[in-house]
Ligand binder design. Structure first.
Ligand SMILES: [Zn+2]
Ligand SMILES: [Zn+2]
Ligand SMILES: [Zn+2]
Ligand SMILES: [Zn+2]
Ligand SMILES: [Zn+2]
Ligand SMILES: [Zn+2]
Length: 240
């Protein structure tokens, strides 16, 4: 302990001496929490200035008097399992992301839900990399969880993410190429300024409008600059 502190001349920073750590019951710091001093931890009661679930002074929230807009509180973003918004997607709440099964209406059009307009086709997303095996090129196709597929065995509609310089090998495989919907596949222009999130920029520059009416067996190609981008984009997309 410093001599000054021993003599009782503490270096007070609000309620706490910044030399010896002694505290006093004055000048507490209630800015972060109206009811708990952020310097010494002293507590007090009934000091928040509640506006619904949120204190207007320290921004603390409480689980009372939420301002519900459907399933979500507009003040604190807490969600509840009521009044979800299924208007954009019958099976996924637009506001909170909650999902449910079997709610689309395919009775009028087997390919498109008559309520929300969603396509009934379950796309799979695969990143494809050509690999040389002896004298032949084989394609390694992976989904977002790194599960491998043989492209020739796939019967579903598939979005293929492939690097630009690998496309030629894909084109050479007639049986695969004839299944491609967008044979005029062009690389969407990658912005010159990639900003501070290059992968996100590349992602948004990739063809983002995969058709909703892909047929069974059909492929839709999205070009990336590098395989790594393709893989990233594929992960990104299928998570959306
Ligand atoms: Zn002191
Ligand atoms: Zn204090
Ligand atoms: Zn408060
Ligand atoms: Zn709230
Ligand atoms: Zn919801
Ligand atoms: Zn629907």
């Amino acid at each position: 302990m410093s001599i000054k502190c021993k003599l009782g001349f503490h270096s007070w920073d609000g309620c706490k001496c910044n030399q010896c750590g002694k505290t006093r019951d004055e000048q507490h710091d209630w800015k972060k929490d109206c009811e708990k001093c952020s310097k010494c931890g002293k507590t007090r009661e009934n000091e928040h200035n509640w506006n619904g679930c949120k204190c207007t002074q320290c921004s603390k929230t409480r689980d009372e008097q939420h301002n519900w807009n459907g399933c979500k509180c507009t003040q604190c973003s807490k969600t509840r399992d009521e009044q979800h918004d299924w208007s954009k997607d019958c099976e996924k709440c637009f506001k909170c992301g909650k999902t449910r099964d079997g709610q689309h209406d395919w009775s009028k059009d087997s390919k498109k839900c008559s309520n929300c307009g969603k396509s009934s086709i379950k796309l799979i997303h695969l990143a494809v990399l050509p690999i040389q095996r002896g004298n032949t090129i084989v394609f390694q196709a992976e989904d977002k969880s790194d599960k491998c597929y043989n492209l020739h065995d796939i019967t579903q509609a598939t979005v293929i993410y492939i690097a630009e310089d690998a496309l030629q090998y894909f084109k050479n495989d007639d049986s695969l190429w004839k299944r491609v919907r967008n044979k005029d596949v062009k690389r969407s222009s990658i912005p010159k300024e990639l900003g501070n999130n290059p992968l996100a920029a590349i992602f948004t520059s990739l063809s983002s409008d995969v058709p909703t009416d892909l047929e069974q067996n059909e492929f839709f190609i999205c070009l990336a600059q590098h395989y790594a981008d393709a893989k990233f984009t594929m992960k990104f997309k299928s998570e959306v």
